[in-house]
Design a protein around this ligand. Structure first.
Ligand code: ADP
Ligand code: NG1
Ligand code: MG
Length: 477
């Protein structure tokens, strides 16, 4: 199955989105001004809001996101040069770049700040390696993004996914299935340095208008989830943002989860070298998620673990400093560096969050799809979202004071539930709000958390969202 839908007119490409009027025409004309000829195609990939299931995709557990209408769009054309020329319509923020394909462009290492075009190169590299394209053509690209960056709405993966379509089409490779593309992009985004899961790329390709998705991994599958009638999902921004690839926090959490899975395996008499993720361990034990929660409470202690203590649990007769090289050598250099610089690891708290959160995802799906009867669907989903936020904030420590304040404000303003969405440490919350409370909810936030903000500023900081369509390609005549 191709990336679908594919379109031949800009009007069709803009379907399902209220924010795109004139946007594609502007992008085409900016491309033409810069490169002296019109683009041959446009590609788009949406961002997403994750309704529940945070920091568990890379542990092997299912998540429940939906695509939003905000997206990354690229106008592009292949060239017979040996250069990728990439520009963004916000050129002051994202300076244009020419990448010589005969140079060492695969060297992604960066000290701190990550150049924005490296995300394009992730998608590009993923495709040329997967399809063994030995002499990739040059490409001219003009890009426009409407997803608030570094805010948990997955602007990075939208960029990587869009780049993969651009690379395929420019090199005349037939579009593979959406699940294959999602898998390729999940792997290739790791070139940026973060050891993420596959949620963002999967939903960007597989999204269905009007439906959230329950996405499972190994192998990648998705099934639609019905959202309750009479409720809206509202995204709001706490005012702080964080680039996950420029900081250690994201990789530190992945490392703690890997170490906790191996430590628990060893404590249960299972060969820890065969266990990478919590889901591997659960499969090996044949336990339910609730039994996994009890296992964590019984076997791990709340005090953080030193490297020496973990070596002892794993039966390794090495110095603590050698733990990372011995146990985490398959992780990215950036993740290994994050692991090495941590002196203590919170195994109990991270493990408890993951197993309980995975269980909340299952409950959310069953309640939303009417497979489990409850008195008040919106209230029950809201409770699960509140519990998820509390766990993210207290056990996983991936919130921040501004985000905690925003989430409390959302609940105080009448949301049935609210939680951070995406990786966290800043960025957005998502709230479930009954239609009868929506006006009061928006008023409450405008009058308190967002006091003093203009309507224009609020457009990207407070908006209701509906499940939108996935990635698309438009052939321009
Ligand atoms: P997110 O939660 O949005 O996925 P990440 O930290 O993973 O945040 O990635 C954000 C990065 O993606 C930005 O720092 C920037 O490099 C890149 N990016 C996002 N949107 C754009 C855009 N419109 N133009 C150029 N680069 C972008
Ligand atoms: P964001 O916040 O969009 O960068 C990241 C990961 C997801 C997932 C969430 C937390 C990537 C590309 N994305 O998302 O896989 O782990 O955090 O649930 O690594
Ligand atoms: Mg991201």
């Amino acid at each position: 199955m191709d990336v679908s839908p594919t379109f031949t007119t800009l009007t069709d490409l803009a379907q399902g989105s209220s924010t795109n009027e004139g946007r594609y025409e502007t992008l085409v004309s900016k491309f033409t001004d810069k490169y002296g000829r019109p683009p041959t195609h446009l590609a788009r990939s949406p961002g997403r809001v994750n309704l529940i299931g945070e920091h568990i995709d890379y542990c092997g557990y299912g998540v429940l996101p939906m695509a939003i209408e905000q997206d990354i769009v690229m106008a592009f054309a292949a060239t017979d040069s040996n250069t990728i020329s990439i520009a963004d319509i916000e050129e002051d923020k994202y300076a244009a770049k020419d990448i010589d394909l005969s140079s060492d462009w695969r060297n992604f290492s960066s000290n701190g700040a990550v150049p924005w075009y490296n995300y394009f190169l992730c998608g590009f590299r993923g495709i040329i390696e997967e399809f063994s394209i030995l002499s990739p053509v040059g490409i001219q690209v003009m890009m426009d993004g409407s997803i608030p960056p570094s805010s948990g709405l997955s602007s990075s993966s939208a960029l990587v996914c869009c780049s993969s379509i651009v690379t395929l089409v420019s090199n005349s490779v037939p579009l593979p299935s959406k699940t294959r593309l999602a898998d390729i992009c999940a792997s290739s985004e790791r070139y940026i340095g973060t050891q993420g899961g596959g949620m963002d790329q999967a939903v960007s390709f597989l999204a269905q208008p009007g439906r959230a998705l329950k996405i499972d991994f190994n192998p990648l599958t998705s099934s639609p989830v019905t959202l309750p009638a009479g409720y809206s999902f509202v995204v709001s921004h706490c005012g702080e943002s964080m680039n996950k690839a420029a900081t250690f926090s994201f990789n530190e959490r992945v490392v703690e989860c890997r170490l906790a899975a191996k430590a628990l395996a060893s404590l249960q008499g299972i060969e820890w070298r065969n266990i990478s993720k919590f889901a591997d361990l659960q499969n090996a034990l044949g336990y339910t998620l609730k039994q996994m929660v009890s296992l964590v409470q019984d076997k791990l202690h709340e005090d953080s673990y030193t490297k020496d203590e973990i070596c002892g649990i794993l039966g390794l007769k090495i110095k603590g400093d050698e733990l990372v090289g011995e146990v985490l050598s398959s992780m990215s250099p950036q993740a290994q560096k994050a692991a090495a610089e941590l002196s203590r690891y919170k195994l109990y708290q991270r493990a408890l969050h993951v197993f309980a959160e995975a269980d909340r995802v299952e409950q959310f799906k069953m309640i939303a799809n009417g497979e489990e009867a409850v008195e008040d669907v919106g209230a029950s989903l809201g409770e699960l979202m509140n519990a998820s936020h509390s766990s993210c904030s207290k056990l996983y420590e991936c919130s921040c004071p501004a985000l905690d304040t925003l989430v409390s404000n959302c609940v105080a303003s009448g949301a049935s539930g609210s939680r951070l969405t995406g990786a966290g440490w800043g960025g957005c919350s998502v709230s479930i709000v009954s239609d009868s409370s929506l006006e009061k909810f928006l008023e409450g936030l405008r009058g308190a958390f967002f006091k003093g903000k203009t309507d224009e500023e609020l457009k990207t900081k407070l908006f209701a969202t509906r499940p939108g369509p996935g990635a698309a390609l438009c052939h321009l005549k």
